[in-house]
Design a protein around this ligand. Structure first.
Ligand code: 5AD
Ligand code: SF4
Length: 451
């Protein structure tokens, strides 16, 4: 074995599940160079921050974490070792120059569409002729073809990226600029990846990922363009795969065939994350969401007809420029009308280069904070009610991991509720019948039902 074999790779992931997937693939790309992942940054040979640019807070966190990594790098240097610092993801894509100015000790800056060439970047860096490598090219096409076939997983569930980028251009959002134009992977390469995950990794649940996953339109093996519904119908037939989820979706792409898939495909879980952002038509228009509140409510009604027990989740932005008290009331009204099992809500954060950043009037922080609190009170109450409604019920739970705190198993119900259950670790990767014994807003407990 070469001395490469003992190198340690630390990756910290910020933001969305797409980044979680990318981080796993970054580790896959670097494994042939001898890098093994570690949870500790302080003695790593390579430290990568896989960053998120969606809101200002996430971006600022990157710079404070970089300061910490610099200390590890300096310490390594004292010990005669060159530790490499890389910044990946959407901040790298959007603010490559800012990073190299603010943190000149960063060795590599690479965007979400270029990490398949990471091995080459590392070799170039180690060659010594270049002090820093910046690679923020588009597009995504080449990446999936060039990533290694083997994925290392030791879990019951896996993310599989099927679609990247976004052409929707919501006025608040950086994604169309950082992730580029919409691109769908060909069907066969997705099926191959999933089949391998199931056969070699024992994976039971697949979450299909994309910034606009329900806009999926990939080239099928038959030469036709396949929709997400058609792709999931093919997954339904894969032996060993038990659960299918997908995220994140846009209301505009919630077609009839996708709604029908929630009725017809038993492996598609009764849960959908469908961001609405606001319940006010004026704000939805200013956000360029391309649908009204009533259209969203109608989609939900059709989903519930197809799958009456479907649990719904959403994203909300509070304090978008120009949001009035009446606009905000409309958001609360939509939330009350739909009823969500979980949700994410954020204060509007102006992002450089997006149209909304130049819109007026910006709302004072105090109003944003007060509205967010009011919205979250309603959303948390709904989440609590949803969980409490399952008290005493028996649900199939897929066990994902052992909890560090107390050794209990952690798993998920079909409705995507996390639940803790005392049990034998060999049940990881299995689906068992579990009776809910405790239900709270953010946690649930249960016991395995002996049949
Ligand atoms: N400010 C606040 N929230 C945002 N999101 C995206 N851009 C912004 C922004 N500029 C939220 C949206 C999106 C989620 C991933 O992040 O709700 O659905
Ligand atoms: Fe951003 Fe809108 Fe595209 Fe979602 S649909 S990634 S919010 S631009």
């Amino acid at each position: 074995m070469s001395d490469n074999a003992s190198k340690k790779l630390f990756i910290k992931t910020y933001g969305c599940q797409m980044n979680v997937y990318d981080s796993q693939r970054i580790a896959d790309v670097l494994r042939p160079l001898g890098y093994q992942t570690t949870d500790a940054a302080d003695d790593a040979d390579m430290m990568i921050l896989n960053t998120c640019h969606i809101r200002e807070k996430a971006t600022e966190k990157v710079f404070s974490d970089l300061g910490r990594l610099k200390k590890h790098k300096d310490k390594a240097k004292v010990n005669g070792k060159r530790a490499i610092i890389g910044v990946a993801g959407c901040v790298a894509q959007a603010e490559g120059d800012v990073i190299t100015t603010r943190a000149p000790y960063v060795d590599m800056v690479f965007g979400p569409q270029t990490y398949h060439t990471l091995a080459e970047m590392v070799v170039r860096l180690q060659g010594g002729n270049e002090t820093r490598i910046i690679n923020t090219d588009f597009p995504a096409e080449a990446k999936f073809d060039l990533l290694p076939d083997d994925r290392q997983t030791d879990a019951a569930t896996a993310f599989v990226s099927v679609q990247e980028g976004c052409d929707k251009f919501c006025t608040f959002c950086v994604v169309p600029y950082t992730r580029g134009a919409e691109y769908s992977r060909p069907v066969q390469s997705i099926l191959d990846e999933i089949t391998r995950l199931i056969e070699t990794g024992g994976i039971k649940e697949i979450t299909l990922l994309g910034q606009n996953v329900n806009a999926y339109h990939g080239l099928g093996p038959d030469g036709a363009v396949w929709s997400l519904a058609r792709l999931m119908a093919a997954l339904q037939d894969i032996n060993g795969l038990e659960r299918i989820r997908y995220t994140t979706s846009h209301p505009r792409d919630m077609d009839d065939d996708l709604i029908a898939a929630h009725r017809d495909l038993s492996k598609v879980m009764p849960f959908l994350h469908l961001p609405v952002q606001s319940g006010s038509d004026a704000i939805l228009k200013a956000m360029n969401r391309k649908h009204t509140a009533a259209e969203y409510v109608d989609i939900i009604a059709r989903l519930r007809t197809a799958r009456p027990d479907i649990a719904l989740s959403s994203d909300f932005i509070i304090g978008f420029p120009g949001e009035t008290e009446t606009d905000f009331e409309s958001t609360l009204a939509l939330v009350r009308q739909v009823g969500f099992s979980s949700a994410f809500s954020f204060k509007y954060s102006p992002r450089p280069g997006t149209p909304a950043a130049a819109m007026a009037p910006m709302l004072p922080e105090k109003i944003k904070a007060a509205r967010l609190q009011e919205l979250q009170n309603v959303l948390f109450q709904q989440q609590n009610d949803f969980n409490v409604a399952h008290m005493g019920q028996v649900m199939p739970v897929l066990f994902e991991r052992v909890r560090r705190e107390d050794g209990a198993l952690h798993g998920r119900t079909p409705y995507n509720q996390g639940i803790n259950v005392p049990g034998n670790p060999r049940l990881i990767g299995h689906i068992e019948a579990v009776r809910v014994t405790q239900a709270h807003t953010n946690s649930m407990w249960g016991e395995i039902v002996v049949q």
